[in-house]
Design a protein. Sequence first.
Length: 740
Amino acid sequence: MSQPIENLDEVLKNHKLSKDEYQDILRILEGRHPNIVELGIFSAMWSEHCSYKSSSKYLKGFPTTAPWVIQGPGENAGVIDIGDGMAAVFKMESHNHPSFIEPFQGAATGVGGILRDIFTMGARPVANLNALRFGTVKGDSEIAKYQRHLVRGVVDGIGSYGNCMGVPTIGGEMSFDASYNGNILVNAFSLGLVKTDEIFLGIASGVGNPVMYVGSKTGRDGLGGAVMSSDSFTEESKSLRPTVQVGDPFTEKLLLEACLELFQTDHVVGIQDMGAAGLTSSAFEMAGKTGAGLVMHLDKVPAREEGMTPYDFMLSESQERMLICAKQGSEQAIIDIFEKWGLDVAVIGEVTDTGRMELWWHGEKCADMPIAPVSEDAPVLDRPISRPKYLDEVNAKTVDSFTPVDDQKAYETLLSHIEVVDKAWVYHQYDSMVQTNTTKHPGSLDASSIRIKENGKALAMSADCNPRYCYIDPYKGAALAVVESGRNVAMSGARPLSITDCLNYGNPENPEVMWQFAQGCEGIKEACLALNTPVVSGNVSLYNETNGISVFPTPAIAMVGLNEDENKVLPSVFQDEESHIILVGETKGEFGGSLYIKALYEETVGTLDTFDYQKELALWELVIEANKKGLLLSAKDVNAGGIAIALSKMAALSNKGVVVGIRLDKSRDIFDESQSRALLEVSKENMDAVIAMAKSLGLRTDIIGKVGGDMVKINDVQLPLEKVKDIYFNTFTRIIEQDL
């Protein structure tokens, strides 16, 4: 029987393991005390980041199947069929904690990690998105200055890595709220294309098959990163900078090309990215899926630093590395490919039939543990939940609780709000046109689009979440994140097919946070079922809090949809002078969680109304089918800031004025955020056909005005087009660069 670890309580605390979990470890090891390597492995595999121990019970029941779903959750990324023997591979991941500690490297390695998830499946990455949340950036406070520093660092990191990889960043979203002051959110999405018969999975099988390490050498960077990401922040968290990985996009580009070359051979059984928890998670996950055992010789792992220990090798999160289960006899052929690309490659072990992980260090066994209980049977926690007390107060207030504001003043305040204005300062740092397939680029509103050269179709994608909605109603807010992402995709003429999610919440040890999370999962389930858009991949990020203050519930959703004709990607900005604008859907005076209340009164309050999924589906059907028939010039959904802000964005981006008159119950309803609405630009000769289609689908239509002129006029508010453009295009840069 091995000796107990000295200072066990302190060691367990440092590894974020409870005493109950340690008892489980003793049971799994049949009464033997773990050594420090084994304890580190348990710590990483059972961390919140890797095991989802707080969240897994709520993720069950997500709809994950449809005729077009090839691979659902459980692999590196999800896969959907897009016709003609082609598939789209996509996923979204969080890199929140690392990006707050070290914004450039945290964001850069977040992009690197999600790209590896895609090309590990055999797909070439063709499009990136991101969903970013920051705190208060306006003003001269120390918080605002630091948040501006974080914005600049994160954007630089994302742009640097994606641009070096030659993968276009074609869109994304960005929002700001004081709840993110102590914990920003950086969510990265990537999509790749692959032939349906060339998809690779992360498995290890076949007794005697070699296990091979490829990519960069292993260093001590990122050591304990998965465990760090499974805890809340305090004032001391800046000391965690060594737990943030350091990325090298040029090496990753070589790794991408080497892997894609390898996939054209018959040498590979399975391949896994070394992401969170590095060699530990990749090895345990690959073997855990098949029930295999592994023997690995850690002294054969290429090392970047002197004096590294087995603990370092197993828990390092050094970037740009893969683990391959190869076919016996293919070793030299694989070595030749990776050496040709200037990458490290080594045979470090082999597959066994023991079901155990046996680790060796210079001829001595340094760990021996069963794989299944570690990888498949991590603790599933049933944490207490309780409805947050704050909801009573925020749900009791309505827009009528506040002193009325003149509509013109409200319009100018909303138009210049950081949530509304154009983020060109951000996306101009990203290469959106590399690979020459981007057909709807960043800043062009609603979804982004790429053409598929191989079959003449197009893919549309959009990342969305309104954290204000999720704060006042975690269930409906999460459901509406699915709805909004789908609506944006439909506005481009594509049919929404599937989502990936990134569920960002606060501390799961807080029962109110767990209630928010549980409600959010139920809302996503409801929306995905109703809209027939299953979840194919995703990520959970908890402990997003600092000093006890949690972020708003932020279940980011990325929807992917298919347009059958790359030449029929529908724009979301005005196309022609004198064209007519049709408002589709009902304006009901909904202001719960609205930008109107936030911008004018600095509060996030109200309730969300009941939602009609059939109306939403009818709206999608109208836009998709009318676009197929060539009846629409442009389409834009109505969301934050209401009709007035949607029309103003369309005008600014198209350099075309607009004059609109809408019959509403109250004048302020030009700013309301009723769901299932869209603005359709239609030529005079097609108006009757579009209105007839809408009527057949049970949708209300109102002809509200025309495109043209040098003013933006919506009911009783107006500004010269040039003024609207100046506010829209220049405000963000003025804010972010004010202390440079």
